[in-house]
Ligand binder design. Structure first.
Ligand SMILES: [Zn+2]
Length: 294
């Protein structure tokens, strides 16, 4: 699944190729990716012909094309979505779902939304150029210079929820997926089950700063090989080649203390952590069986 740095790379790539271009026509080749547009494929297509793309913006894992007259095309890549800028002569991708023919794009490219599993999608957001109302409830992400760190740590420390759950709460901080949460917690030396209300201000801010560092590192890697990534990142693997300390390393030695990394189930996914560097919180009772009751 594309995580925030990948989506930022996509945003930057779109910015480079399509800002200033005009959408001449749109082909919706499968209705599912525009299922959240209340006007359907016909309305989606009709709303966009002749519109100029003025900016490409992002919040968390959502991105949008800001159009003239203040509207926007809001997009999410879901599990397997790609936004490709292709030469019009390039053969159609097998899972091509929506094609935007453009006039005035860099290198004469056109824009293609490709999505095998179709959890992602696109919709027209009337008046959404600055911030689509559909995502106004989503918090800023750690890479956003206007992210309010103090509000974040206050909300974390007023909550009885586990810190990992809080990191994944998109109304508190957006764009931190399962991988980044585990990596940030490992770097911060915090166990994901620690309740927010038992963290110090420094611990709450520390894990946020570590999440930002992991994202910036991934972004820096993406920036160095942008062209290949733009074709591939959005592609099958979905992940940057990144050095992970915790995520996916069950049984491998911790990079700090050599204790084998442990994996536990977390919702329908997994959490990875070092049982020594990231001490589990003490239970309120010593006799209660250990289980995740949430
Ligand atoms: Zn360790």
């Amino acid at each position: 699944m594309p995580e925030l740095p990948e989506v930022e790379v996509v945003r930057a790539g779109l910015e480079r190729f399509v800002v200033g271009a005009t959408i001449t026509s749109v082909d919706v080749l499968h209705p599912r990716p525009v299922r959240r547009d209340p006007t359907g494929p016909t309305g989606f297509t009709a709303a966009l012909a002749g519109r100029r793309i003025e900016a490409v913006r992002r919040r968390g894992k959502y991105f949008w094309l800001a159009l003239d007259e203040g509207d926007a095309v809001l997009g999410h890549l879901g599990m397997s979505g790609q936004m490709l800028v292709q030469p019009p002569a390039a053969p159609d991708e097998r899972h091509l779902r929506v094609r935007f023919r453009l006039a005035g794009a860099t290198e004469g490219r056109e824009l293609r939304f490709v999505d095998q599993r179709m959890f992602g999608g696109l919709l027209v957001s009337p008046g959404g150029a600055t911030l689509p109302t559909e995502i106004a409830h989503i918090a800023r992400d750690p890479l956003d210079p206007r992210f309010d760190e103090d509000a974040f740590q206050l909300r974390v420390r007023r909550s009885a929820s586990a810190i990992k759950r809080l990191l994944l709460d998109q109304t508190l901080v957006s764009g931190v997926g399962n991988i980044y949460a585990d990596e940030a917690l490992w770097l911060a030396g915090l166990h994901g089950e620690r309740p927010g209300e038992r963290l110090s201000r420094g611990e709450a801010l520390g894990v946020l700063h570590r999440a930002r560092e992991v994202m910036q590192h991934a972004l820096a890697q993406g920036g160095t090989s942008f062209d290949a990534l733009y074709v591939n990142v959005n592609g099958e693997s979905g992940y940057f080649d990144r050095s992970l300390h915790a995520y996916g390393r069950e049984g491998e030695p911790c990079d700090r203390c050599a204790t084998p990394i442990r994996r536990v189930s977390f919702t329908n996914r997994s959490s990875y952590f070092c049982p020594v560097c990231q001490r589990a919180p003490r239970r309120r009772t010593t006799t209660a069986p250990r289980h995740s009751s949430n």
